[in-house]
Design a protein around this ligand. Structure first.
Ligand code: PAF
Length: 279
């Protein structure tokens, strides 16, 4: 019999959280869209040090996909995900339906500036509105004390930190380190889209990112060099390869305390993201 509680309705999830809170337990949340890989499981392990009870949410959120994106084909494999979570310290899974999360007549949206501007928003203007909305819903629904997000989606992490600060949400946001395949490719649910040839090229992304992050030339020259190297390696398109302020994600200026190198490059239809600290 499964150790994990599986909650499909908000009412059911809330009852479980209320029982834990009545016992004075600290609750942690790992939001996911399923198709779990070792990167997600590492988030469960990381939050375990900081929470008594752990919820993993599995919800492919329609509002963060544009009409032309992969919502209908996004990998869904709930049974496999539940089996993988049995081996982790997770206590419960919250897997609501779209109807449960976006009831008939739903109309509320979130609009953000700051770290939500540029980079991902250049090609996916709908994205952070959808992410901020679903994360805000999940955080308030589960009344979680702590939540964790992977650094792989670095801009997403910064957007969520900004939203939590702006709205004074009483939740701690943890960052989980990027998990990589043996050849350095950052783990992602979308890596399954890559064929064997693309998978070889994909491994170069991390190598080029490393060079960008450790550049000796000016940032401008290093960014141009990274774009050239990505195209030469076989990537079909480079959306961005840049060095940004690690907190605001603006162009670094005199107030910048830390920098981040960020790359998004395409192999055919597949977008690959990676990032690392930069000099
Ligand atoms: O990073 C993700 O998987 C999603 O954007 C998130 C945070 C679960 C919101 O749907």
């Amino acid at each position: 019999m499964s150790r994990l509680g599986l909650h499909r309705t908000l009412e059911d999830m809330r009852a479980q959280v209320a029982a834990w809170k009545a016992d004075g337990l600290r609750v942690g949340l790992v939001p996911t869209m399923g198709a779990l890989h070792a990167g997600h499981l590492s988030l469960v392990d990381a939050i375990a040090k900081n929470a008594d009870k752990i919820i993993v949410s599995i919800f492919v959120n329609p509002t963060q996909f544009a009409a032309h994106e992969d919502l209908s084909t996004y990998p869904r494999q709930e049974a496999t995900d539940l089996a993988a979570l049995e081996t982790t310290p997770a206590d419960a899974v919250f897997a609501p339906t779209v109807q449960e999360m976006y009831p008939q007549g739903f109309t509320t949206g979130i609009s953000m500036a700051g770290p939500a501007l540029g980079l991902e928003s250049e090609t996916r203007p709908h994205f952070f509105g959808g992410v901020a909305l679903i994360v805000l819903k999940l955080l308030t629904q589960t009344q979680t004390d702590v939540a964790i997000f992977g650094e792989k989606d670095y801009q997403q992490l910064m957007v969520i930190r900004r939203m939590v600060a702006d709205l004074n949400l009483p939740v701690e946001i943890m960052a989980g380190a990027i998990q990589r395949e043996a050849d350095g490719l950052a783990m992602s649910s979308r890596n399954v889209y890559l064929d064997a040839e693309q998978r070889k090229i994909a491994a170069q992304l991390n190598v080029i990112l490393h060079q960008l992050g450790n550049h000796r030339a000016s940032a401008e020259v290093a960014e141009a060099e990274a774009k050239r190297a990505l195209l030469e390696a076989g990537f079909t398109e480079v959306e961005y390869a840049c060095i940004r302020d690690a907190e605001t994600l603006g162009v670094p200026d005199a107030n910048t305390r830390a920098r981040r190198a960020l790359i998004v490059a395409r192999l055919g239809e597949t977008r690959l993201l990676d990032n690392s600290p930069a000099v």
